[in-house]
Structures are given as C-alpha cells and as structure tokens.
Ligand binder design. Structure first.
Ligand code: GRG
Length: 287
C-alpha cells in the first residue's frame, strides 16, 4: 500500500476544518443529512488538488480553502445522489450506511440540493464578485450535462448494455474528470495564474481523474470494503475499465494516464513535485 504524503494530510486538515464549519447546521434532519456525508471519512482528493494548484501557481493555500471545500460539497452531493435506489442503489458509502438508508430518500435528495446551494453560496461569500462568478461558472460546467450529470445519465442508460470504449471514457471523463479539472483550475485561477498554466493544470487533472476512476473499478474487483468504505462487486452489471481491459490492462491504462497527467506538469519543473506525488498516490491507492 502506498503511504499518504504528509502534505496531503495537512491539506485534508485545512479542508476538514472549513467543512466542519460549513455544515455545522441547525440540527434539522436535512442539515444532519448534509453533515453526515460531508463529515464521513474521505480522501478529500478534489480539495487537495485545489490547494496544491494554488500553491503551485504562487498563491496562498489559505485563500483557496473555501473553494477547495466547495469541491468537496459538490462531490458529497453527487455521492448522495449516486447511491439512491433509482441510481446505483448502493448500501454503503465512506464506511457508513448510504445517506438515504440513514435519513430516507426524500431527506437525502434535499440534502444533496442543500449541499449544492451551500457550495455556490460559499463561493459568493468568500471571493469578490468577479472571482466568485468565474469559479461558480467553472463548478456549474463541471456539474452540468457535459460533466457529472451528463456522465451519470449515459452511465445509467448503459447499464446492462455493451458500450464502446469511447463511451466508457466519456462517462468517466464526465463523472470524475470534470470535477477534478474544476478543482485544479479553480486553484490556479485563485492564484491569478496565466491561461497556459490553467490549461496545463486542467490537462493534468482530467487525466488524473480518469486514472482515479480506473483504480476505482479495480478496487471494486480487488478491494477490501473495510478499506474502501464501499461495497465491492457492485459493478457486475456495468461495463467498466476492468471488464474491457482485464485487471492488468486496466492497471496499465491507469499508469499511462498518470504519466500523461505528469507530462502536463513539465512547464512547472520541480515545483510541481507535490502533484507528481499525488499521481503516485492515485496510481497506488487501495482506498
Ligand atoms: C448534481 C452534483 C450532481 C450530480 C448528479 C449523481 C451524479 C450526477 C453523478 C455521480 C458522480 C459520481 C458519484 C462519480 C463517482 C466518482 C468517484 C470515483 C467517487 C469516489 O470518490 P472518492 O474515492 O471518494 O474520492 P471519497 O469518499 O474518498 O471522497
């Protein structure tokens, strides 16, 4: 098992403190449901990407903490929706009962919407109007029909069907790559990075996101629920990177995508080593 780099733990702590504050709530069922998924154990990969991108582009990570937390709020919202009976019908998430099994389906859906509203509201409160508008637009695009929603729709409609490799890739570039990309580019934009640096980070994150998903598929086959916090063998009815390429082929593909991701970091030289370490973590993760 690959160890978690120390900077990763520091970033997680910064984000967890912000998230705790954001989902403190008022004790109502919907606010408890929001906090339940947000506070559950998570790798916080997307917010870590935001903080590392800001740091790489010369910004103060502290300034990116609200945006980093927003990436996690959006991700948590998508996890609640993904687990619903009408979607993946998953019983376990982040080592706990799925949100709808704890709070009921109606409250879980409201909590998912609540997290999205909290996300946009956080951007508006934390940044000046122009920056908040730019970040909100990035987030909206990542969630939209070319991002999480689009990828999820194609994925759901493809269940029980044979799909092409291109369709599989499109699904996961939407479901996973889009938010990875928004997380990294948001960090760069907060630091005032020029367009070419933002573009390089977007290319890095898109490829890392797809590699991350392929490892997710591998963990569904080979993983231990005690480590991943999710039920395994849930993808049996779906076409996955493993069903397409086999275990070894999928692992090779994930490694190649991490290498492609790292090549996008070349303009930054050694300053991007933390992101290279993040790629290593993604390629070797067992949770
Ligand atoms: C309106 C936000 C919104 C979404 C609607 C439901 C949906 C469309 C999309 C589902 C997207 C989804 C859940 C993709 C799976 C991505 C993935 C690899 C999840 C696991 O992420 P990890 O391993 O989880 O980072 P932790 O728990 O560590 O955060």
């Amino acid at each position: 098992m690959i160890s978690v780099p120390p900077f990763f733990t520091e970033c997680q702590a910064l984000v967890n403190a912000e998230l705790d504050r954001l989902v403190a709530g008022d004790g109502t069922p919907v606010s408890r449901s929001m906090a339940y998924t947000v506070r559950a154990p998570s790798k916080r990969v997307r917010p870590v990407l935001t903080l590392l991108a800001t740091e790489l582009c010369g910004g103060a990570p502290a300034r990116a903490v609200p945006a980093a937390a927003v990436m996690e709020l959006v991700h948590a919202s998508s996890l609640i929706l993904d687990d619903l009976p009408s979607m993946d019908d998953a019983p376990l998430r982040r080592g706990r009962k799925a949100n709808h099994l704890e709070f009921g389906e109606a409250i879980a859906i409201l909590a998912a919407f609540g997290l999205l509203n909290l996300a946009y509201g956080t951007l508006v409160r934390a940044y000046d109007a122009a920056l908040a508008a730019r970040l909100s637009s990035l987030v909206a695009e990542a969630i939209g029909t070319d991002g999480l929603i689009g990828g999820q729709a194609v994925d759901l409609l493809a269940t029980d069907q044979q799909i092409s490799f291109e369709t599989l890739e499109r699904i996961h570039r939407g479901k996973t790559g889009a938010l990875f990309s928004a997380a990294a580019t948001s960090g760069a934009i907060i630091a005032g990075a020029p367009g070419d640096a933002v573009g390089s980070l977007a290319a890095y994150a898109k490829n890392l996101g797809l590699a991350f998903q392929i490892i997710d598929d591998l963990l569904d086959v080979e993983g231990d629920p005690a480590e991943t916090g999710k039920a395994v063998r849930e993808d049996a009815k779906k076409t996955t990177f493993v069903s397409f390429s086999g275990v070894d082929g999928a692992r090779q593909l994930a490694l190649e995508l991490c290498q492609t991701a790292d090549r996008a970091l070349e303009p930054f030289g050694r300053r991007a080593d933390r992101l290279r370490d993040l790629s290593k973590f993604v390629a070797g993760r067992s949770w």
